[in-house]
Design a protein around this ligand. Structure first.
Ligand code: PEP
Ligand code: MG
Length: 591
């Protein structure tokens, strides 16, 4: 049921068009989430009013202390003591006497407002610690930055604007939402996510799809157009955001929402039916998961196992700490055991790119091109101790269920062989220690870099399976940053070059008799799933929530129509026409 937000003066209705990124319709009050880049004012203050500035500073320090303590208690309750350690560091940074004393002295010396003086002193400290080589001091930079932001927000009256402060059901409006921003978000409080940045494969979207909430991205400046508490409708089917809707718009969305709800119920009523096309050909729909909390949906939607477990998600819960072998082992074992009798494809750490982790990446400096930089397997092959810890934990967990291992961002045979070699060494160590693990564990490679796709033939001789990561493959093939809204229109999976390479990889895997799945967002897109299945993908791995709809769609497809779809798509060169062909195929069946 759509609800009208309390809104005494009817503001002007605004329609903002973006990219439809996660399906669904939601309506509720906006929560404008501001990241860095606060506008800190600077103005002179009369001598007599200076003590009032210090008073405001003390109030802000008290409020910040209270917020951090509350957050720490909530994290202890949800995730345990270890995950909350970061907040102890923040409390220490908050009490730093040097920072406080120097701020107060600056106010009296310069006779300027407290926000400006505090900001200037904090920036000076951040610059100083950033230059030091010592890892301990480098880590303090992010503590001071985080705490300084909180204090400033409190002084500027923006204290509500962090995701952990959401206490009721809200539409999250942000420039961008990174995986670490969402770590403290209380699930259930976000009813939709809309961002200025991003496109269909950015992580805000992947998260929305797994939370089953609508998302519209690439809105360019929505976070500046929408005000806190504005009533917002998010249409994740059409990529529309309506701010301050009129009663007429609300009523029309209520109708749309009802009919979508009816269709969704129909789809869900078929969840138990077998995964067979209408002429009896089996297909496999597996799940992309971020953690043990997703396994319930894997079973609920009858997924054929976990096709992608993004292990970096557990690292991203706390960017200040690296989980040790025991912590990782406990986590992987719990997830793998919960997934039984199904198998889990565990992908090794894919950190870097837009998945930044202060502790893991400490000392690496900022990169001009993070998506082309120190990411995933490149990180692991250089930081062998971290890689070894993770491989030991995964191998040990393999004794408790059915596991396959997969390496992300492989760009050459040499890289694949180095990773496999290191895995073999780690396995040999465990064996020598008498530790149990699956000695026949299957090992596969993500195919998400064009060089790997082109050399699929070579890689196939050394892999038990391939999994095609279309999110990155499209970005690297077309040189279009997957998170950059300015060029989102160029992120075109229907580009014939992309379609050729997808067919090449799938056909090569078939010829080499290894399993091939697709785990990028295209596998969970109703326009592309039939094509990928028709090309021969053994499994399509997607966010669990979309599995019922994909099963409904493929159960209404048959081999003749699917073969015809392939020949139509591959005889066309215009991406727009190709998309129309794919969309029509899906729409005719999704009724
Ligand atoms: C991909 O690139 O398609 C993929 C599944 O990996 P991620 O989205 O985690 O980069
Ligand atoms: Mg990828």
């Amino acid at each position: 049921m759509l609800q009208t937000a309390p809104n005494t003066i009817q503001k002007q209705e605004i329609l903002i068009r973006g990219i439809a990124a996660a399906p669904g319709i939601a309506q509720g009050p906006a929560f404008v989430f501001l990241q860095d880049g606060l506008d800190v004012p600077c103005y002179p203050v009369e001598e007599a009013a200076l003590s009032g500035e210090i008073g405001r500073f003390e109030q802000a320090l008290l409020a910040t202390r209270k917020q951090i303590s509350l957050l720490r208690d909530a994290v202890i309750e949800r995730l345990g003591q270890g995950e909350a350690a970061i907040f102890d560091a923040h409390l220490l940074a908050l009490e730093d006497p040097a920072l406080i004393d120097e701020t107060i002295q600056t106010v009296y010396k310069k006779k300027l407002n407290i926000e400006h003086c505090f900001h200037a002193v904090a920036e000076k400290y951040i610059a100083f610690f950033s230059k030091l080589e010592d890892e301990y001091f480098k880590e303090r930079v992010s503590d001071i930055r985080d705490v300084a932001q909180r204090i400033l927000r409190n002084m500027l009256g923006l204290s509500k604007c962090t995701l952990s402060a959401i206490t009721d059901r809200r539409v999250i409006v942000a420039e961008d939402v990174t995986p670490s921003d969402t770590a403290t978000l209380e699930i259930g409080h976000a009813i939709a996510i809309i961002t200025d940045a991003g496109n269909r494969t950015s992580h805000a979207v992947i998260m929305s799809r797994s939370l089953r909430i609508p998302a519209v991205v690439g809105l360019i400046s929505a976070s500046h157009q929408i005000e806190h508490d504005d009533a917002v409708i998010v249409d994740g089917y059409e990529g529309l955001v309506i701010v301050n809707p009129t009663d007429e718009t609300l009523a029309s969305y209520e109708r749309i929402s009802r009919s979508r709800g009816d269709f969704q119920r129909k789809v869900l009523s078929e969840v138990e039916l077998p995964s067979l096309t209408s002429d009896g050909v089996p297909f496999r729909l597996s799940a992309n998961v971020n953690g043990v909390e997703d396994i319930e949906s894997v079973h609920k939607y009858r997924a054929g196992g976990v096709g992608l477990f993004r292990t970096e998600s557990i690292f991203l819960k706390n960017s200040q700490q690296v989980p040790d072998e025991e912590t990782q082992f406990d986590y992987y074992r719990a997830l793998i055991a919960a997934a039984l009798p199904d198998r889990v494809i565990v992908r090794t750490l894919d950190i870097g790119g837009d998945k930044q982790h202060s502790a893991l990446l400490a000392g690496t400096g900022s990169e001009p091109n993070p998506f082309m930089g120190f990411r995933a397997i490149r990180y692991c092959l250089e930081r062998k101790p971290d890689f070894r810890t993770q491989l030991r934990a995964i191998l040990r967990a393999s004794a408790y269920g059915r596991v396959k291992i997969m390496f992300p961002m492989i760009s050459s045979l040499d890289e694949l062989l180095q990773a496999k070699d290191f895995l073999a060494q780690t396995a040999a160590e465990l064996k020598a220690e008498g530790v149990a693990f699956d000695e026949n564990i299957a090992v596969g490679s993500m195919i998400e870099i064009p060089s790997a796709a082109v050399s699929a033939e070579l890689l196939a001789d050394h892999c038990d399976f391939f999994s095609i990561g279309t999110n990155d493959l499209v970005q690297y093939m077309l040189a279009v940053d997957r998170g950059n809204e300015r060029i989102a229109h160029l992120y075109e999976p229907c580009n014939p070059a992309v379609l050729q390479i997808l067919r090449h990889v799938i056909q090569t895997a078939k010829r080499k008799k290894i399993d091939v799945s697709v785990c990028g967002e295209l596998a969970g897109d109703s326009a592309f799933a039939p094509l990928l299945f028709a090309l021969g993908a053994d499994s399509l791995s997607m966010t669990p929530a979309v599995i019922p709809e994909m099963r409904y769609l493929l159960r209404r497809s048959n081999s003749t129509d699917l073969n015809e779809l392939v020949s139509q798509v591959y005889s066309e060169h215009d991406p727009k026409k190709i998309y129309q062909i794919l969309r029509r195929f899906a729409n005719e069946r999704l009724v």
